[in-house]
Every structure is written in C-alpha cells, then in structure tokens.
Design a binder for this molecule. Structure first.
Ligand SMILES: [Zn+2]
Length: 196
C-alpha cells in the first residue's frame, strides 16, 4: 500500500492524493507551525481551565472512544499519564475490527492500566444504519470530503453512545481521538485537544 513519505497516511485515506515525491495532499496543504502553535496554546489553556473547575468526578473523569489507532492511543496515554485522569476506554466493535487492531487495543489498555470495554451493537441495527447511510444525499457532499458515509454514521453512533453513557456515569468528559466534549451541568462543550 502506498503511504505518504512524510506523515504515513495511506492511499486509502479519503480525498488523499500524492505528489511526485510521494508526499500527500494533506502535508502539501499544511499551513506551517505558527498558527498551529497559537491554537495549541489556546486549546491547552482551555482544557486546563475546565479540568481545574470540574475535577474530580468518580468513578470516571472521562469516557474515551478508543479505536486503537494512533490518534486515540496518543490521546489516551496523554489523559492518563500527563493529566492523571481516571478514564474508561470504550471500543465500538461494529464487527469489522481486525485481529491486529484488537491485539493492539488489548496491549495498550493493559499497559496503561485503563478500564476498557467493547460495545457491540446488534448486527441488524448496524447493517440497517450503514445501508441507509449510502442512500444518495443522505449526507452533504462537504461532509463526505472528510470521511465516507458509513464512517460518518459509525462515528455518530459512537458519539451518541458515549454521551449517553457519560450522562449515566456522571463523567464530565467524552473524548474521541483528539476531540473532547465536555458534558457539564447539562450543557455540551466541544474543544480539540492538542497538548503536545
Ligand atoms: Zn502526508
């Protein structure tokens, strides 16, 4: 499989193309680090402020949608090791997770001593949602530039499940990869985490 020479995104990534040097379109369009630095500082300050105001909540500070990929693995480790949060990691098993991914998920959660659960919705439900997502114009074209229709539906299922579970468990944070939703005093806040 072809991968970007700089960031290792694969050729299967939605909307990707490669230049002659093997660098992907996402790397070519990257605007540089100055703006990113400003954003990082802003997000980090906001994150710290919210944590100060809303810690601790037990049994869990945060519920995390954990796919076992690089983004969620990085974020999971950060929440646990840098912020000492008590996290429940949840993997949404739609039936298409590879054995290698499951092995990675189990390895990481064991290593980080994090509580972890798999959630498996009924096959019929998943099938119905995925098939309906593929109907023409089900999602706007702009949404489909980022991910496929099936992926968007899958992410929405995960997000709604986690928010429901967070409300039940009274956990104030819901984390998806680098995105965090705060559910505080019956209101939802969303920020991106960029805390390297
Ligand atoms: Zn790249």
């Amino acid at each position: 499989m072809k991968i970007c020479s700089k960031c290792v995104l694969p050729e299967t990534f939605p909307g990707i193309s490669f230049d002659k040097e093997g660098q992907c379109s996402y790397c070519s369009h990257y605007q540089g680090t100055r703006n990113l630095q400003v954003l990082k500082t802003r997000f980090k300050d906001k994150f710290n402020r919210i944590l100060m105001e809303h810690k601790p909540r037990r049994p869990y500070d945060a519920l995390m949608a954990y796919s076992g990929g690089k983004d969620s693995t990085y974020t999971l480790r950060l929440l646990i090791e840098n912020y000492q949060l008590k996290v429940l990691a949840i993997t949404f098993n739609h039936g298409f997770i590879s054995p290698t991914a499951i092995e990675n998920i189990n390895k990481v959660t064991k290593h980080l001593h994090v509580d972890h659960e798999y959630v498996s919705p009924q096959t019929d439900t998943i099938k119905e949602v995925f098939v309906k997502s593929l109907f023409p114009n089900f999602y706007p074209l702009s949404a489909l530039k980022r991910a496929s229709a099936v992926c968007i539906s899958c992410m929405n299922l995960i997000k709604s499940y986690l928010i429901k579970k967070a409300i039940e468990a009274k956990a104030p944070l819901v984390v998806y990869g680098p995105e965090i939703t705060f559910y505080i005093d019956n209101r939802l806040y969303q920020v991106k985490i960029a805390v390297k």
